[in-house]
Design a protein around this ligand. Structure first.
Ligand code: MN
Length: 231
């Protein structure tokens, strides 16, 4: 049986529609999973989805409402979707409590950290003095900055190396790590670009967008393969 992998979708609050890049869906299908696009419903529905899934991808998207990590909004915070936030936080917490494998990408990594009790910077310049360019103008599949990966970590095992170049489309980043999570990848300015759980079978987050890269560099498919292999 192919494992069923739920992928969260974005919600456009103005146009009242759900949307998701085909790259996430095709990546999961490519590594043998059965992709299932999850719409953000009321948070009470999250448990029902998790019961029918073998694994979860938390996809990229807009900013989290800072109320979820105990802060008032600063001017740097951009578009938020209350509907998506509430549903995804419940979905992530349920997946963590049921020990369902979970991969967070970009916003998904930040949401994973917040769902587990951590916080994020509303803008990554709050955390580092001299940030690199993390919102690239190069093609979306193109790697623009390097990452250092912690030897011995899941990410190091997945990529098979301690240094890699990745694409970058974010202005927020992980601040306080959630209990039970550790940072396992950083850009050279010190921004956390990868996290993973110490004690769960597979709860991994990356700040880059591997879904946009794997068609050009198969190395990035290994993240999705690791998720599916753990399901
Ligand atoms: Mn980056």
């Amino acid at each position: 049986m192919r494992p069923v992998i739920g992928i969260t979708s974005s919600f456009d609050e103005e146009e009242e529609r759900f949307y998701l890049s085909r790259y996430y869906v095709d990546a999961i299908a490519e590594v043998g999973g059965l992709p299932f696009i999850i719409p953000p419903l009321i948070s009470e529905a999250a448990g029902g989805f998790i019961a029918g899934l073998n694994g979860v991808v938390l996809s990229g998207g807009g900013d989290l409402d800072p109320i979820h990590f105990g802060e008032e909004p600063l001017p740097c915070t951009r578009k938020i979707s209350p509907r998506r936030d509430n549903f995804e936080l419940e979905l992530a917490r349920t997946a963590l409590s049921k020990r369902i494998p979970i991969l967070g990408i970009c916003r998904g990594m930040q949401l994973l950290n917040v769902a587990a009790g951590g916080s994020i910077y509303q803008d990554l310049t709050q955390g580092v003095k001299q940030p690199l360019k993390h919102d690239q103008d190069a093609p979306r599949w193109y790697a623009t900055h390097s990452l250092q990966i912690q030897p011995g970590s899941k990410l190091a095992g997945i990529f098979g190396r301690f240094e890699i170049r990745v694409n970058s489309f974010h202005h927020q980043s992980v601040n306080r790590l959630a209990p039970g999570f550790k940072a396992t990848a950083w850009s050279t300015d010190g921004v956390i670009e990868g996290i993973e759980s110490d004690n769960l079978p597979f709860a991994v987050g990356v700040q880059c967008h591997p879904e946009l890269m794997w068609e050009k560099d198969p190395c990035f498919l290994s993240l999705f393969m690791a998720l599916v292999n753990n399901c």
